[in-house]
Design a binder for this molecule. Sequence first.
Ligand code: SF4
Length: 366
Amino acid sequence: MTRFDLIAAKAVARELPTRQEALAVLAGDDDELMDLVAAAFRVRREFFGRRVKLNYLVNIKSGLCPEDCFYCSQRVGSAADVLKYTWLKTDEVIASAEAGVAGGARRVCLVASGRGPTDKDIDRVASAIGAFKERNPDIEVCACLGLLADGQAERLADAGTTAYNHNLNTSGAHYADICTTHEYADRVSTVAAAKQSGLSPCSGLIAGLGETDEDLVDVAFALRAMGADSVPVNFLIPFEGTPLAGQWQLTPQRCLRILAMVRFVNPDAEVRLAGGREIHLRTLQPLALHIVNSIFLGDYLTSEGQPGAADLAMIADAGFTVEGAPAQPPDQAADERPDPAQPQPAHPGLVHVRRRGAGTGLPANT
Ligand code: SF4
């Protein structure tokens, strides 16, 4: 019996840990790390077995945002050399999203930079979602378009959208330190509006923004209180050309503690290992699969992830199965292991700007 077993037992019963217990998870030491992962795995296994859901990001409008979120490569004044393009056409959205589906994704996430959509933007996105759903009725679509005005969530829901993503990112107390052009309360309102309209609320956080343990616990509890169905956990990708460039505060062990705390607080939510996993967890990524039940396949909005085939091989090697995928013979899974001649980046200084997939003429990484 370890000190994390009591927290895990509560989580299995969908009972909140106390704040002290959540803080103790973050403050644990490395000698107890495997005990913590094992306790979080019991919660993950209770609600999701050994399944991993694959999600695929499509950046349908990239860069040139008027907002100033300090962590974002698309923010106003960003000097990050990321792809910049306006709204993709419907056929481009469908082609990019279907590349993710072909790679095994069960949910595609259509994301646009900007403070929030106009009604005309909603028309455009709703039309693309309707066309995609006609061809892919079993694939979930999540929209992420920023702050929503009255009635916009309902129009997305009517078009066949499954979920709406709007991350809280950090605690209310820390929010003014990471953005000055909108407020934490604006984000809470948009998640509430999405939920009210019948869209599945997807909202998560970014770790590594200079927050305290208390901030992380606050945001995890806030996500539970909002009833987030999906909780993406990002680790800061500190792009050159943004205010948080050079901010490398995370270790692989801390990332695992953060994921475990989020799992204990949101035990039956789809906790998703999101941006920054490759550069912060590095070789410990497979351990994170014992805590989360969902990852993004391939690339992120403006940076490249590890090859999609390496994601699939990692899942198979760790003994997990991709949700919705036919069972694979073991030798085929072995064939998908990464090429040993192409080692994954082991140094956190390697952030690769995305140059393929949506908005380019090059095939997507799926
Ligand atoms: S609103 Fe979105 S796209 Fe714009 S700066 Fe903030 S995070 Fe980036």
